[in-house]
Design a protein around this ligand. Sequence first.
Ligand SMILES: [Zn+2]
Ligand SMILES: [Zn+2]
Length: 607
Amino acid sequence: MSLPISTKRHSLSHIMAQATRMVMGADAKLAIGPDIDTGWYYDIDFGDKTLEESKLKEIEKKMKSIVREGQEFKPFTLSVADARDFLTTLGEVYKVEMVNDLEAKWEVVIGFYANIGKFQNPVYKDFAYLGEFSTSTFIDMCQGPHVNNTNEIPEDSFKIDKLAGAYWRGDAKNKQLTRIYGLAFENAEELAAYTNMMEEAKKRDHRILGKKLKLFTVSDMVGSGLPLIQPNGMIIREAIKDYLWDLHKGKWYDRVCTPHLAKEELYQTSGHAGKYLEDMFSVYGGTSKENFFLKPMNCPHHMQIFADNQFSYRDMPVRYFEPATVYRDEKTGQLSGLTRVRSITQDDGHLFCRISQIKDEVSTIVDIIKEFYTTFGLMDGYWVSLSIRDPLTPEKYLGGDDVWKIAESALEEAAIANGLNYKPMPGEAAFYGPKLDFMFKDAIGREWQLATIQCDFNQPNRFKLSFRNEQNEEEQPVVIHRAISGSLERFMGIIIEHFSGTFPLWLAPEQVRIIPIGETFFPYAEEVFSELKKSGLRVKFDDSTDSLGKKIRNAETEHANYILVVGAEEMANRTVAVRNFKTKWQSTEGIAEFVARIQEEIQSKAL
Ligand SMILES: [Zn+2]
Ligand SMILES: [Zn+2]
């Protein structure tokens, strides 16, 4: 049986450490070298030396020769004292720290892996306690697992990717180390597919397109992670928001509106103050000198709206919808464009229902999700994680076994009834309830976790929510948290890249650009312009003195979906020469005919 890819990836980190020493000298100190989703990295301290980008190819070449050579990976252990002596003598300060940590956790032996190759590294020969391993080529402290032999890794299935900086133990107070990233897949084809996807992703980068198409901006003065939406971006954002409400209002949702901040007491009751305090922005002030927090989520506010009503079983379920901005203090280093931000507008909704109603409610939400993502052309290759409890650690979860069973099977039944491509994922549930997490693939094959449906037994309990049941007794509702697009900012970032900045007509900031061939045709072009304006289209009129070629190029650079050129022939026949920027399709149409056709394209939200 072939080894998991993670084992190969991690083995490559040892191989790279060995190769890096060959290129940069034996005094390079090793920190940690784990596998990651796309390959591996190793954090290394080069002391006074700097690893130049240009050396990476050389290191990669040495890695390939180690793979070809067929070095064995062999495990052995040393006592804590011997391990510390060995690593201290070699000057491996980071590994010594790790040995001390393990000792503090009562470890008595330390695991090592030796690479046995043709070359016997003389630095190991004087350590008596290494025994047969004193003739090794390379030794690293590690628990494994690894491949048995470096030749199990296809030579063309990996490459060194890039350099970055990383603080030892992720702490900015510590020394900054050099992180070398590598990419590794099962074979050369998979590696090529991944690198092509990343090349394509670079071309579509929403931060670059966002600037070029004037969709949003980030200002140093406002702060990082706080994107400012430009008028063009706002057209897209509002169209998505309106569409979301269209999908909800038919399903008996009510809209609510809640403020951006709340007293600390609210988050004490909800439990967020205990868990999320570090990520919450506090606002101290006003004349009240009370401590407020910017809300990190909308649920506690919605709970308070529910609590203000005296609902009976006849009112259930109660459904609240509110696209609302929440604030979370992500680390500055992780902030980027629209996808990692501090102000997050969730298309949030909370349903308050009885346990017996979970299944029907989930089905309704699934309907909305399917329709929404089909419209954006994101349903191909989607899958759903049915995130349930880890059966081995039931104590980690809140709420009775019976309630969990009902909720988990309600989610699964809804998934089956709606024909969802789902996978049960034990251990992925939140502590407060099971959930369905939706993963979608964009146009270039990247996977994004977007929509979510989460059952919650915790907050209704913390807020003592209830309604009157048939027996006129207080009954506690279940809360379902759900978001369709997830966050409007992140979703916009994803669709900018998914559509590569050329949006379907219903979203396009500029739907039509009118270009008269010369000044003689300005009056006719203006007539066309006002006809289109009257029909509610987003249209621009290029009255510049640029050449026709330049005008068309400008319209294309700015991604105007339709370009209408008007000249003598068009004026005489009262037509327009139409070209579709995306499909390059061209035609000549009457004005009314053109308007009717593209209004149909907008109405149907055609891709
Ligand atoms: Zn290892
Ligand atoms: Zn919520």
